[in-house]
Design a protein around this ligand. Structure first.
Ligand SMILES: Cc1cc2nc3c(=O)[nH]c(=O)nc-3n(C[C@H](O)[C@H](O)[C@H](O)COP(=O)(O)O)c2cc1C
Length: 176
């Protein structure tokens, strides 16, 4: 027997879903944890992130027109959770977590040195859709750790399971 959900809670049906940290801001870098994101197009390479208009990161991305998507391993779940439960209006999240930043190649904001993959994006379009905006980024650079790409090491990305719980993939692979 199925249970009926309150409609605003429907996204939980799509979980577990990979969570990332998006960095933005040139002078003072901010981070936001994001589970609502998607690949959109290969040509041009477009990636979408859904950000609530009330977030500090929303104002920064709107003003500066760029962001970096940082893919983190499960060992960083506490950092991601901290970044997703505090606002850049109140704290410097990188000072608090100790996550190290490094320069991007194509955009002015920084990326997280400890990520296993990163997408550097410049703002291509924005769609205001209800209480969130879909920022569409054009991917200017895509980096992944050599070992992950070669399949020698299986990345253990952070997946959001519930509102305050996380999991990862096991690396089990099935093929036709
Ligand atoms: C695991 C996780 C996933 C989140 N996913 C999103 C998301 O997809 N979109 C969004 O707007 N906020 C999301 N949030 C909430 C923001 O990360 C959170 O409100 C953050 O404090 C915003 O920071 P800022 O005000 O510095 O931008 C998520 C939070 C967590 C913990």
């Amino acid at each position: 027997m199925k249970r009926e959900l309150e409609l605003s809670k429907y996204p939980s049906i799509t979980y577990p879903k990979m969570s990332v940290i998006v960095t933005c801001g040139e002078k003072r870098v901010n981070g936001i944890a994001l589970t609502w994101h998607t690949s959109i197009s290969r040509k041009p390479p477009l990636f979408g992130i859904s950000v609530a208009q009330k977030r500090c990161s929303y104002d920064i991305i709107k003003k500066e027109g760029e962001f970096a998507v940082n893919f983190m391993e499960l060992s960083h779940w506490k950092d991601l959770h901290y970044i997703g439960t505090h606002s850049g209006r109140d704290v410097d999240k990188f000072e608090e977590t100790g996550l190290k930043l490094e320069d991007c190649s194509f955009i002015r904001t920084k990326r997280i040195a400890g990520s296993y993959a990163v997408l550097e994006c410049s703002l291509y379009d924005e769609f205001e859709l209800g209480d969130h905006s879909l920022f569409v980024g054009e991917v200017k650079k895509a980096l992944i750790e050599e070992n992950e790409w070669a399949g020698k090491v299986v990345a253990r990305p952070i997946y959001q399971l519930g509102s305050y719980s996380y999991t990862t993939v096991t690396g089990e692979e099935v093929k036709p």
